[in-house]
Design a protein around this ligand. Structure first.
Ligand SMILES: Cc1ncc(COP(=O)(O)O)c(C=O)c1O
Length: 293
């Protein structure tokens, strides 16, 4: 419905349709940021008395949202460790949603989404996956059994550091609550922003391929350095999530994390790398995990 633009316009509808097709879902809704998309998604499916089980590797501000907002609405939440294979033990009788990132933020640990989907279906739990890493192309959680997939289009979909946006795509059975919440919370993006992401989609495949090549060659060099203990990048053979990545993903991207060997100062390394013109530009970022989370 066009309304007066408060429910969307032709450009936002075109972007929603494009993302639905890429994600292999029923329909999508757009939000002004990735975090707004996640926050509204949680509010769309959860009510007082419900519990949401969240991957501890989730994007930090999601945890902040849970800590400072969900309790106000009587919604319980708890975390499962993505490094231990015991997520099913965290499902309670009142669990309504399992919220995951695969791979997770910072260490890029892969989750077994089809196994999670099977348990969620039996227990009537909605499986919601943050697919920002997968960017609609490298991984498609809905095809692996998830009910809801969220992508921060601010990153690879936009691709030019000039637009913020989030997109949520669902299976048909899960769409109505999302649509209602997006209308009730007045969530909409401008035609101009939707145009910028539509433009980004045209080069998404090529950009992701190049990012993936660069990250893999950098990761391959890093693992050979004495100063490096571990490189976290699921496309790297030897990464703990490599087998799941081979099974569930068709590509990768430019994100990797490094753990230095004992005695190497991460802070000194970052300070040395942050020379003008290197690593601080939008094209390349280097962060200290404990300082940004
Ligand atoms: C995995 C993940 N999800 C969601 C978000 C939130 O996206 P936005 O910055 O558009 O709010 C981010 C941002 O870094 C992210 O890394």
């Amino acid at each position: 419905m066009l309304s007066y633009g408060a429910r969307g316009n032709e450009t936002t509808f075109a972007l929603e349709d494009a993302v639905s097709a890429l994600e292999g879902g029923y329909r999508s809704k757009l939000f002004p940021t990735g975090l707004a998309a996640i926050a509204v998604t949680l509010m769309a499916y959860l009510k007082a008395g419900d519990h949401v089980l969240i991957a501890d590797a989730a994007y930090g501000p999601v945890k902040q949202f849970c800590a400072s907002q969900l309790a106000n609405y009587g919604i319980e939440f708890s975390y499962f460790s993505t490094s231990a294979d015991d997520w099913a033990a965290g499902i309670k009788p009142n669990t309504r949603m399992l919220y995951v990132e695969s791979p997770g933020s910072l260490l890029y640990d892969m989750q077994d989404l089809p196994a999670m989907a099977a348990v969620c279906k039996q227990r009537n739990v909605i499986l919601c996956a943050d697919n920002t890493w997968g960017s609609c192309l490298s991984c498609q959680p809905l095809k692996l059994g998830a009910d809801v997939s969220v992508v921060a289009a601010t990153k690879y979909l936009g691709g030019h550091s000039d637009v913020m946006m989030g997109v949520v795509t669902t299976q048909e059975a899960a769409f109505a609550p999302l649509e209602t919440a997006s209308v009730n919370f007045g969530q909409i993006v401008s035609a101009e922003d939707a145009f910028l992401v539509l433009r980004g989609l045209r080069t998404l495949d090529l950009r992701l391929q190049r990012h993936a090549q660069s990250a893999l060659s950098l990761a391959g060099w890093l693992v050979q350095q004495a100063a490096v203990r571990t490189v976290f990048h699921p496309a790297l053979p030897g990464d703990s999530g490599h087998a799941l990545w081979l099974r569930d993903c068709t590509g990768s991207n430019g994100l990797l994390s490094v753990e230095f060997a004992p005695g190497i100062s991460t802070a000194r390394f970052i300070a040395a790398a942050y020379r003008p013109g290197r690593c601080r530009r939008v094209e390349s970022r280097l962060d200290h995990a404990t300082l940004i989370t």
